[in-house]
Ligand binder design. Structure first.
Ligand code: CP
Length: 319
């Protein structure tokens, strides 16, 4: 018997990473997210799956898309959502990450969404609390819901991820988005390439199951999907590229470089974009090729699915 997505459960207490998820688990999230897209498009966007539940967004780094879409996702499912302003919290008085988490935990939360500049910090915190924890991005480690929303965007345009050639371009070294996407795309049977200068590749790139290219022409040859990344200067100590002008010349996506990809290749970017640095404005705004705003829209649906699945399991455990 084939189970509907709503009948299946997600066998994890937290969502901390894509690494370790199976193709079936990823598909479960994407199928459920698909069913939430329509809900966000209708005039009455509310339902009650999380009614009575409490969710806190705890972001130690800036965010527009992730924080707002988690807030919308929680509210659309009927949860009480609190956005903790870290800059106005007792973190500024020296309270540690763990003490902050334990304090929030004592208030009987159901879901805690955390973004933190240190890789591994969200896992550390998840080990200490009773509620479900979702990683909203930790250092250069992982950003699992970004990879899931990217996958949903591709799947809705191309039907399937398996067999597609996806090229991730730019600052791979500092990118948790790249890492989560590499794990997810490999799990789903896509062919993954990276195109970047050697200075912007992690030392373990050979172990990640990707083809490595140091030129956009070779990296983009016949690609189905072009995923551009921002230069994450906030994580850089030192110079990784001679200048942004030279970087754009060699690695910025413009129509000339895009010619190497398939004629209908989709252009993606997790945001925030730095126009004229990693992507030309004309390409970013090309309504026939760019799916950057689709990614934003689908981010809400994916986060609704994650919240639904993680709290569904809480009910089962409590029963
Ligand atoms: N893509 C992404 O994580 O964007 P924000 O930093 O705005 O959340």
């Amino acid at each position: 018997m084939t189970s509907s997505p709503a009948a299946l459960s997600f066998p994890h207490r937290h969502l901390l990473a894509i690494q370790g998820l199976t193709a079936a688990e990823i598909t479960l999230v994407l199928d459920l997210a698909d069913s939430y897209v329509e809900q966000s498009r209708r005039p009455n966007k509310k339902s009650g799956q999380l009614r009575g539940r409490t969710m806190v967004n705890l972001f130690f780094e800036n965010s527009t898309r992730t924080r707002t879409s988690f807030e919308l996702a929680g509210k659309r499912l009927g949860a009480d959502v609190i956005n903790m302003a870290v800059s106005a919290s007792s973190v500024k008085k020296g309270e540690t990450l763990i003490d902050t988490a334990m304090t929030l935990n004592a208030m009987h939360l159901d879901v805690l969404v955390v973004r933190h500049p240190e890789s591994g910090a969200v896992k550390l915190l998840a080990d200490k609390v009773n509620c479900a924890v979702i990683n909203g991005g930790d250092g250069n480690h992982e950003h699992p819901t970004q990879a899931l929303l990217d996958a949903l965007t591709i799947r809705r345009r191309r039907g399937d991820l398996a067999g597609l050639t996806v090229t991730i371009c730019g600052d791979i070294l500092h990118s948790r988005v790249a890492r989560s996407n590499i794990y997810l795309l490999n799990a789903m049977g896509a062919r993954v390439r990276v195109a970047a200068p050697p200075t912007l590749l992690p030392t373990d790139i050979d172990r990640l199951g990707v083809e490595v290219h140091h030129s956009m022409k070779a990296g983009l040859a016949d690609a189905d999907i072009v995923m551009m990344l921002r230069l994450q200067t906030e994580r850089m100590n030192g110079r990784y590229v001679p200048s942004t002008r030279e970087y754009f010349h060699f690695f910025g996506l413009d129509y000339e470089k895009l010619k190497a990809a398939k004629p209908d290749a989709l252009i993606m970017h997790p945001g925030p974009m730095n126009r004229g640095v990693e992507i030309d404005s004309l390409v970013a705004d090309d309504i026939n090729r760019s799916v950057i705003l689709d990614q934003v829209e689908l981010g809400v649906a994916v986060r609704m699915a994650c919240l639904d699945l993680l709290t569904r399991d809480q009910l089962a455990n409590a029963a």
